[in-house]
Design a protein around this ligand. Structure first.
Ligand code: ARG
Length: 460
C-alpha cells in the first residue's frame, strides 16, 4: 500500500496504475540532503512559533540527523510504497519519533518544499559545474600559452583564410566558456530566493518566519509572493539554457578536435588515455571524447525544450506537471559533470603537431590579404589591390606555384603595383605579428589575452 499524506478524506487507496504514474522517488531521492536541510530550518521556525517545544525540537533535529546518516549509509531507503522523497522522509521521521514526526508538516506543503529543494540542489551543483568549467579553461589556457607563437591555418567556411596563432584559436574557446561561467554566476543571483513558507500557494496562518528560513538555508531573500513561489520554475529553465549553451560550446570544441585529430588535418595527437580503439581495425585511434561531447549537447538542448514545453500552458500555481521539471535538470547536471572532466583531460594531454600547423599555415594563398593590405598602405585603393592580388592567385593556381615562388617579372606582369619588395609580407610570422591591435592574433596580444583571462579565472 502506498504511503499517503492525505488519508483522511479518502475511502479507497490509489489504484496501482495511478500509484505507478505518480511516483517520483526513483529520481527525486537525490534531493534528500536538501529536503532535510529545509526540514531543520522549518523545525526551528516551528519552535520559535511555539509550535514545537525545546525538547521536541531537540528530538526532531536528532531524528533528522539520524535519518540523514541512515540515508547516506543506505540503511534507510525508499520503498515501492513511498511516492516521493518528502513522503519517504516523513516515514523515516515517523519511524523514529512516533506521532511527533507528524508535527513537522505544519505550515508546510510539498509544493513549497519541492521548489525549495530543487533550488538548493541546483545552487550546489552549479558551483560544481563552474569548478569543472574552470578546469577546462585552465587546460585550454595552458595549451594556448605553449602555442602563442605557433602559426596555424585560420579558417572561415572551413577554408584557409589567414594565418593565426594556434593559441589565439584555443583562447577563443576559453572566452566562450568564460561567458558560460558568467551566466551561471548571474543565474545564481536570481535563483537565491527561498520559496519555503509559501505553503501550498497562499502562505500559512501559522506564525512562520520565511525570512529567517531563507537566511538559514543560504538564500539571499524570501519569495515576496507565495503563488509565484510555488509556480515559478524560471530558475530551472534558465539553468537548462545555460547548460545547453555550455553544451553547444563543448560541441563546437569537440567538432574542432575531431577535425584536428583526423588524418587530413593531423594538427594534434590525442593521448592514449583520452582516445579509443576499434574492435576490428587495429590501427584506429578514435576521438570518442570529443564526439560524445558533441553528441551529448543534443540532450542538453532537449532538456531545455522539455521543461519549456512542460511550463508553457500551466495556470498558477502548483500543478502536478511540475514534477516533470526534475529529470531534465538532473540529466543536464549529470551530463555536464561527465563531459567536462573528460574534455579537460583530452585538451590537457593532446600533443600539438607544431610542424604540421606551421608548414600549412600559409597554404591556400592565406597571405593574399597581407599583400593587398600592403598595397593599400602604399596608397592603392583596396578595390584595385584586391583585384591585382586576385589575378596573382589565379596565375599561381594555373602555374601550380605559391605566391612566394613567383619571379619579379611574373609579379610585375600581373600588376605594376606588385614590385619585388612586396614579397616582404609573404611571411607567416610577420603576418601574425602585424595583427597587433587589441583583440588581434599577434602573439603579443595573445599573451595579453591570456594574462587577462588568467586573472578572471583566479577570481573564480
Ligand atoms: N513530487 C512532487 C513534485 O515533484 C511534489 C509534490 C507536490 N504534489 C502535490 N500533489 N501537491 O513536484
Amino acid at each position: 500500500k502506498p504511503m499517503r499524506l492525505w488519508g483522511g478524506r479518502f475511502e479507497s487507496g490509489p489504484a496501482d496504475a495511478l500509484a505507478r504514474l505518480s511516483v517520483s522517488v526513483h529520481f527525486d531521492w537525490r534531493l534528500v540532503p536538501y529536503d532535510l536541510a529545509a526540514s531543520r530550518a522549518h523545525a526551528r521556525v516551528l519552535n520559535r512559533a511555539d509550535l514545537l517545544t525545546g525538547d521536541e525540537l531537540a528530538r526532531m533535529l536528532g531524528a533528522i540527523d539520524d535519518l540523514e546518516a541512515a540515508c547516506k549509509s543506505g540503511e534507510f531507503r525508499p520503498t515501492v510504497a513511498d511516492e516521493d522523497v518528502h513522503t519517504a522522509l516523513e516515514r523515516g521521521l515517523l519511524e523514529r519519533l512516533g506521532s511527533l514526526g507528524g508535527k513537522l508538516r505544519a505550515g508546510r506543503s510539498r509544493n513549497d518544499q519541492i521548489a525549495t529543494d530543487l533550488r538548493l540542489y541546483l545552487r550546489d551543483h552549479v558551483r560544481l559545474i563552474v569548478s569543472r568549467l574552470v578546469e577546462l579553461e585552465t587546460a585550454l589556457m595552458e595549451q594556448a600559452a605553449a602555442h602563442a607563437e605557433t602559426p596555424a591555418p585560420g579558417m572561415t567556411h572551413l577554408q584557409h583564410a589567414q594565418p593565426v596563432s594556434f593559441g589565439h584559436q584555443l583562447l577563443a574557446h576559453v572566452h566562450a566558456f568564460a561567458r558560460d561561467i558568467d551566466r551561471l554566476r548571474d543565474w545564481d543571483r536570481r535563483a537565491a530566493v527561498s520559496p519555503l513558507g509559501s505553503g501550498a500557494l497562499a502562505g500559512s496562518s501559522l506564525p512562520l518566519d520565511p525570512v529567517a528560513v531563507a537566511e538559514e538555508l543560504g538564500f539571499s531573500s524570501a519569495a515576496p509572493n507565495s503563488m509565484d513561489a510555488v509556480a515559478d520554475r524560471d530558475f530551472a529553465a534558465e539553468f537548462l539554457f545555460d547548460a545547453a549553451m555550455v553544451g553547444v560550446h563543448l560541441s563546437r570544441l569537440g567538432e574542432e578536435i575531431v577535425l584536428w585529430a583526423s588524418q587530413e588535418f593531423r594538427w594534434i595527437e590525442m593521448d592514449d588515455a583520452y582516445s579509443t580503439g576499434s574492435s576490428i581495425m587495429p590501427q584506429k585511434k578514435n576521438p570518442d571524447v570529443a564526439e560524445l561531447a558533441r553528441g551529448k549537447s543534443g540532450r542538453l538542448i532537449g532538456n531545455l525544450m522539455t521543461l519549456l514545453t512542460t511550463l508553457k500552458g500551466l495556470p498558477l500555481t502548483y500543478n502536478r506537471d511540475l514534477q516533470e521539471d526534475k529529470e531534465p535538470v538532473f540529466d543536464s547536471i549529470d551530463t555536464l559533470l561527465l563531459v567536462l572532466p573528460a574534455m579537460a583531460g583530452l585538451v590537457a594531454t593532446m600533443r600539438v603537431n607544431v610542424d604540421k600547423l606551421a608548414s600549412t599555415a600559409s597554404d591556400g594563398f592565406a597571405l593574399a590579404t597581407d599583400l593587398a593590405e600592403l598595397l593599400v598602405r602604399r596608397g592603392v585603393p583596396f578595390r584595385e589591390a584586391h583585384e591585382a592580388v586576385g589575378h596573382l592567385v589565379v596565375y599561381c593556381q594555373v602555374n601550380d606555384v605559391d605566391l612566394h615562388e613567383l619571379s619579379d617579372d611574373e609579379m610585375l606582369k600581373v600588376s605594376p603595383h606588385l614590385t619585388a619588395d612586396v614579397r616582404d609580407v609573404l611571411d607567416v610570422a610577420g603576418a601574425m605579428a602585424a595583427r597587433k591591435a587589441f583583440g588581434g592574433t599577434a602573439p603579443d596580444r595573445v599573451r595579453d589575452q591570456l594574462a587577462a583571462l588568467r586573472e578572471t579565472v583566479d577570481d573564480q
